[in-house]
Design a protein around this ligand. Structure first.
Ligand code: SAM
Ligand code: SF4
Length: 329
């Protein structure tokens, strides 16, 4: 088991398949992009599947989420999903994506064994999309969402980050859009994970504000029936349900005490937290001939050292050296 000193057990593995992306969301990376990892440093598909297999077979991983960067840019994605679905015990397999390319890939991914998808969509205005993501790809994302629904990757979840004076006027319209299409919307508080270090606690849109904005148009009541468990989203019934909306207050309502996640970066580092300052290098071990037992032992040790919380509100907080796109969101 992957257990830390506070008794938390990691069962949810987030795997970044690439740090590259075809968007430039302002809360994530600068318009000019980043210095991408050289290909030789990326784990190969075989290496990824081997590590996922060790996690699933020996370490109690029950859920695998592929992310990035933009995971749809990884050419072997369908193959990686199929090989993950063939593991025993079979983990739940999900994908976090910006949706570009999903119109083409939703069907093959579902056929390969993908269970669910989270698509990031912060705005319903093509112009705002261009301003926010520095690319004119709004229509591709909408097409991708529809394709995911038709391919049966349900419930299709939508992730939205609100930013002041950019898209905070769209909280209600985003929820209405998702209700109309049967998508489950989750708002995520903006976190200090952008490569430019432009995050500002004083101007971020908080979970409280998001709930206020939504309450102007909807009746929200806590979804008591659903056990929250380790889920980061606080869920609310919309107008009595059954439709729901989630709010992930990573900064103002941290859920570190119930965290069950562990992350594998595209270059083979285990991170026990998005905000961890240390990583454990499985790639070097793997490429120097480590056995499955040795890799599992390193992984166990990496999780054992997990801190109690991310400490964003602590004056001594330091943003991790790597941006979200390189860690795997
Ligand atoms: N490219 C894919 C996507 O955008 O869905 C997967 C990777 S992205 C890093 C994963 C999620 O992290 C997205 O939903 C994105 O909106 C979110 N994200 C990125 N930077 C963030 C930040 N600074 N604060 C909060 N969420 C962020
Ligand atoms: Fe790309 Fe996702 Fe980052 Fe946006 S949030 S720039 S889509 S990795």
């Amino acid at each position: 088991m992957l257990k830390d000193a506070f008794g938390r057990v990691a069962t949810d593995l987030r795997v970044s398949l690439t740090d590259k992306c075809n968007l430039r969301c302002t809360y994530c990376m600068p318009p000019e992009g980043l210095d991408w990892l050289p290909n030789a440093q990326l784990l190969t598909a075989d290496e990824i599947v081997r590590l996922v297999r060790i996690g699933v077979e020996r370490l109690g991983i029950t859920e695998v989420r592929y992310t990035g960067g933009e995971p749809l840019l990884r050419r072997e994605l369908v193959d990686i999903v199929a090989r993950t679905a063939a593991l025993a015990p079979r983990p739940q397999i999900s994908l976090t994506t910006n949706g570009i390319g999903l119109a083409r890939l939703a069907e093959p991914l579902a056929a390969a064994g993908l269970d669910r998808v989270n698509v990031s969509l912060d705005t319903l205005e093509p112009e705002t999309f261009k301003r926010l993501a520095h690319r004119d790809r709004f229509a591709d994302v909408i097409e991708g969402l529809g394709a995911a629904e038709r391919a049966g990757l349900r419930p299709v979840k939508v992730n939205a980050v609100l930013m002041r004076d950019v898209n905070d006027h769209e909280a209600v319209s985003l929820l209405r859009f998702c209700l109309d299409h049967g998508y489950e919307l989750r708002f995520i508080e903006q976190m200090p994970l952008d490569a430019q270090h432009g995050w500002d606690r004083a101007t971020m849109i908080t979970a409280d504000e998001i709930l206020d904005l939504l309450s102007a148009a909807f009746d929200l009541s806590p979804d008591d029936l659903e056990e929250r468990g380790s889920a980061p989203a606080e869920r609310f019934l919309v107008d009595g349900g059954p439709a729901r909306v989630g709010v992930i207050g990573s900064v103002t309502r941290p859920f570190c005490g119930a965290c069950d996640r562990v992350r594998l970066t595209a270059d083979g580092q285990i991170r026990n937290c998005l905000f961890a300052r240390e990583e454990s290098d499985l790639k070097a071990a793997l490429r120097s001939g480590a056995t499955d037992d040795e890799l599992a032992a390193r992984w166990v040790a990496a999780v054992a050292g997990k801190r109690a919380g991310h400490g964003i509100d602590d004056p001594s907080f330091l943003q991790p050296a790597r941006p979200m796109s390189a860690i795997g969101g």
